[in-house]
Design a protein around this ligand. Structure first.
Ligand code: F6R
Length: 366
C-alpha cells in the first residue's frame, strides 16, 4: 500500500500534486473563468450577506484556516476570525445568525471541532464543512460543505490534507470574490490559471528532496528549531514547526518573522537552526533584514527561497529553492520542503514517522 515509499507520510507528501488536482477537478475551469462548487452556489446569499466568517479547527487544519484568513480577506474582502475549536466552544463566543462558520477537519471526527459546530448551529449560524473523509460525522453535521478529495491520509502527521484544505478554501475565496466583485476580472483569471499550475510546481519543489535530505542530516541533532514567515507564509511557519515537533520530537516554534525581535531573538545562538520562508514576494526585503539579524547572532539559517534568489543565498547557510507563484498561492509550495525536512530528520533519528508517540489520527476525545 505504501507502493515504493518507506512510509505513508512520504507517499502522501508525493501525492500532493495529484491530490490537489483531484480537489479542483470539476470545480476549477480556468479556461472559462468559472469555479463550480454546489455547496457555495446553493448558499451564495448566506456567504455574501455574512458579516464575517469564523473558521474553527484544530492542529494542522487550524493552520489551513489561518492561511484561509489571509486569502479570504485579501481576495474576497470578508472579515475572518480563526479560532481553535477547543477555545471557541468553551468561551461563550459571540455568534450571530448572519455569521458563516467554516469548520475544517481532515478526519471529520475531531470532538472539539464537532462541539464547536453544534454550538454555532444552536446560535443560528450557517456552518460549512471542509472535510476529507466522506460521510464523516462533521460532514453530516454541517449545513453544507466541500470535500477535499485528498484520498485516505494514513500518516498521523497531516500533509496532503493541509494543502488540499488550502486549495478548497482558495476556490471558495475566489468564487466569493468573483460574486462580490472585489477582484478585477484580470486578476481573477490570473489566479485561476495560476492555481492550475500548482501541481506542476509542487512536482518541481519535490525535486529538491535529495538536497533537503542533506540539510536534514546537518540539523538532525538540534534540540530546538525556529520557523519564521510573514503574511501568507506565517501560518506555514507554524505548520513547519508542528510537523517537526510531532514526528521528530525536536522542540520547534513558528513565529511571524517580525515578532522575532519581541522575544525569540534571545534564543538565537550558533546552536539554533532557523528556517525562514523568504520567497521573493510580500515583505521580501523585510524578511531579508530579519535574516541579517539572525546571522549577526550566529544563528544557522535555512532559507526557503524563490528559484534564482541571490540575496538570501548570500546570507543563509542553506537555501532550498521553490518555483515562483503569486503571493496568495505560495503556501501551497513553501509547505512542501518543510514537510520533507521534518520527514527526513525524523527518519534519521529512527522515529516512528507514521505513528508518532502519544498521537492519534483522529482525536475523538476533548
Ligand atoms: C497534525 C495533525 C493534527 C490534526 C488535528 C485536527 O499533523 O494531524 O494536528 O490536524 O488533530 O484533525 P482533523 O483535521 O482530523 O480535525
Amino acid at each position: 500500500e505504501k507502493n515504493n515509499f518507506d512510509h505513508f507520510m512520504l507517499k502522501e507528501i508525493y501525492e500532493q500534486p495529484n491530490a490537489i488536482k483531484d480537489t479542483y477537478r470539476g470545480r476549477l475551469h480556468a479556461e472559462e473563468g468559472i469555479i463550480r462548487m454546489a455547496g457555495i452556489d446553493d448558499n451564495l446569499e448566506r456567504f455574501l450577506n455574512a458579516r464575517r466568517i469564523v473558521i474553527v479547527a484544530c492542529g494542522t487544519s487550524w493552520h489551513a484556516g489561518l492561511v484561509a484568513e489571509y486569502i479570504f480577506e485579501d481576495l474576497a474582502r470578508i472579515p475572518v476570525e480563526v479560532e481553535y475549536a477547543s477555545e471557541f466552544r468553551y468561551r461563550n463566543p459571540i455568534i450571530n445568525s448572519d455569521d458563516v462558520v467554516i469548520a475544517i477537519s481532515q478526519s471529520g471526527e475531531t470532538a472539539d471541532t464537532m462541539a464547536a459546530i453544534k454550538l454555532a448551529k444552536e446560535k443560528g449560524a450557517f456552518v460549512f464543512g471542509v472535510c476529507n473523509v466522506v460521510g464523516s460525522s462533521i460532514s453530516r453535521e454541517t449545513n453544507a460543505g466541500a470535500y477535499t478529495h485528498a484520498g485516505p491520509e494514513i500518516g498521523v502527521a497531516s500533509t496532503k490534507a493541509f494543502t488540499t484544505q488550502i486549495t478548497v478554501l482558495t476556490l471558495i475565496a475566489l468564487k466569493l470574490a468573483k460574486a462580490k466583485g472585489s477582484m478585477s476580472n484580470t486578476d481573477f483569471h490570473m489566479h485561476l490559471q495560476e492555481l492550475e499550475t500548482i501541481p506542476q510546481k509542487i512536482e518541481l519543489a519535490l525535486e529538491a528532496n535529495d538536497h533537503i535530505k542533506e540539510v536534514a542530516f546537518k540539523y538532525k541533532d538540534a534540540r530546538n528549531c525556529l520557523y519564521l514567515g510573514r503574511g501568507f507564509n506565517f501560518p506555514v511557519a507554524l505548520e513547519g514547526a508542528l510537523k517537526l515537533k510531532e514526528i521528530s520530537y525536536i522542540h520547534a516554534e513558528g513565529y511571524p518573522a517580525a515578532e522575532m525581535k519581541h522575544g525569540p531573538i534571545a534564543l538565537i545562538d550558533e546552536e539554533m537552526p532557523v528556517v525562514v520562508i523568504a520567497t521573493r514576494k510580500g515583505h521580501y526585503e523585510k524578511v531579508v533584514s530579519n535574516i541579517q539579524e539572525i546571522k549577526s547572532r550566529q544563528g544557522k539559517i535555512i532559507g526557503i527561497v524563490t528559484e534564482g534568489d541571490t540575496s538570501v543565498r548570500e546570507l543563509a547557510d542553506h537555501v532550498i529553492e521553490v518555483p515562483d507563484t503569486i503571493e496568495s498561492l505560495t503556501p501551497l509550495i513553501t509547505t512542501i520542503p518543510l514537510q520533507l525536512l521534518s520527514y527526513h530528520i525524523a527518519v534519521m533519528l529512527g522515529k516512528n514517522v507514521d505513528q508518532p508517540r502519544n498521537l492519534a489520527k483522529s482525536v475523538t476525545v476533548e
